[in-house]
Design a protein around this ligand. Structure first.
Ligand code: ZN
Length: 367
């Protein structure tokens, strides 16, 4: 089969021919990939940055990239019982260990022995991917592959927006950032009934998508001072600050904005990852005396966010089309990564198709 593989500990990846996985382990399945999308994590691995060097390391190479996908189950290993050959599936990429305490407590997406698809295992930028059935999610048959593939990042957005309380209707929300997950978050917040959605961003191309997703107020962080941004938020929230903040960047300046603009007793979803740790937070005034709740968003809520997003997409109550900006052949992965790492990005989510017929069908749906 063909696969996009990291072969050497340096920038880039190669399109190679590798054996299709055989001798599936008990509980594992083989899925023929119909569509696969590129995530920020793949860009880290593509660049072979410090995080990839530490997390994956030279010893794991060669390794196939990718973790967002949908496809058809073509083979089952021993002891599979929920999934059948022919099922149209996507996968939760946090491959949990049922023996982890967190799994036993129902918090599947974090765990000491959890593995991540395409990070700790071979990924899905290939014709086929081997994956345990416990993380497979069955898709509605009518869902186009280009949407079924993006449910993983959409799940991050859903978890950040909804939190654990699912209490969004009528509330004001600040979403920082203009990457695909921030843009998805705008769509989820809108669908969930947020009364006012404010976005802090900078890239014009992405801010335009934010408007299509239903944002109410956009603030360009390159053209405003922190005091000006704070004032706009206060003016638009009756002087209280935002009820919910989804912090999707992690940079110190963004954290400063986010903690300042959240109202007392508000809910803070912490998703953005700082390039440098530790970050500075005024623990006393910004957390304790403000009485806020901070919720780390590491992954999705298995399978709650999958269930909700699947229903919203299948019933056409959430349209991710503006964020899915490019449909390409898997063979064109090089071009896709070049676009994603360009200084002024002219793309958001890129979905790739190993099969040209699938690509042509997806392009036809766009017309
Ligand atoms: Zn992802």
């Amino acid at each position: 089969m063909k696969a996009v593989q990291k072969t050497e500990p340096k920038i880039g990846a190669k399109l190679v021919e590798v054996p299709t996985p055989t001798n599936l382990k008990p509980g594992w399945t083989l899925v023929k990939v119909r569509a696969t999308s590129i995530c920020g994590t793949d860009i880290h691995i593509w660049n072979w940055d410090q995080w990839s060097q530490g997390r994956i390391g030279e010893k794991a190479l060669p390794q196939i990239l990718g973790h967002e996908f949908c496809g058809e189950v073509v083979e089952l290993g021993p002891n599979c019982n929920r999934i059948k050959v022919g099922d149209y599936v996507s996968a939760e990429t946090h491959i949990y260990d049922p023996g982890d305490l967190t799994s036993m407590l129902g918090i599947f997406h974090v765990g000491n022995n959890m593995k991540i698809l395409g990070v700790d295992t071979d990924g899905c930028f290939a014709d086929y991917v081997a994956i345990p059935e416990i993380v497979l999610w069955k898709n509605d048959k009518t869902m186009p592959p280009e949407y079924a593939s993006i449910q993983e990042p959409l799940g991050n957005a859903c978890y950040a927006v909804m939190g654990e309380d699912n209490d969004v209707y009528g509330k004001t929300m600040l979403i920082t950032g203009d990457g695909p997950i921030s843009l998805f978050a705008i769509g989820v917040a809108k669908a969930a009934g947020a009364s006012k959605i404010i976005q802090f961003g900078m890239a014009q191309y992405s801010m335009e998508i934010g408007r299509k997703m239903g944002v109410d107020i956009q603030i360009d962080v390159t053209k405003t001072t922190p005091d000006e941004r704070y004032k706009i938020v206060m003016d638009n929230t009756g002087g209280w600050g935002c009820d919910i903040v989804c912090e999707m960047i992690g940079a110190q300046s963004s954290l400063d904005d986010a903690f300042r603009c959240i109202r007392k007793g508000g809910r803070f979803s912490a998703f953005g990852i700082p390039s440098k740790s530790p970050s500075q937070i005024d623990y006393t005034d910004q957390i304790v005396f403000k009485g806020i709740q901070i919720h780390g968003i590491s992954g999705r809520k298995i399978f709650d966010t999958w269930y909700r997003n699947g229903n919203m997409l299948a019933n056409r109550k959430l349209d991710p089309t503006p964020v899915v900006t490019h449909l390409m052949a898997l063979e064109d992965y090089q071009k896709a990564f070049e676009m994603l790492t360009a200084p002024t990005r002219q793309c958001a989510k890129i979905v790739m198709f190993p099969d040209k017929q699938e690509l042509n069908a997806a392009l036809a749906r766009r017309k």
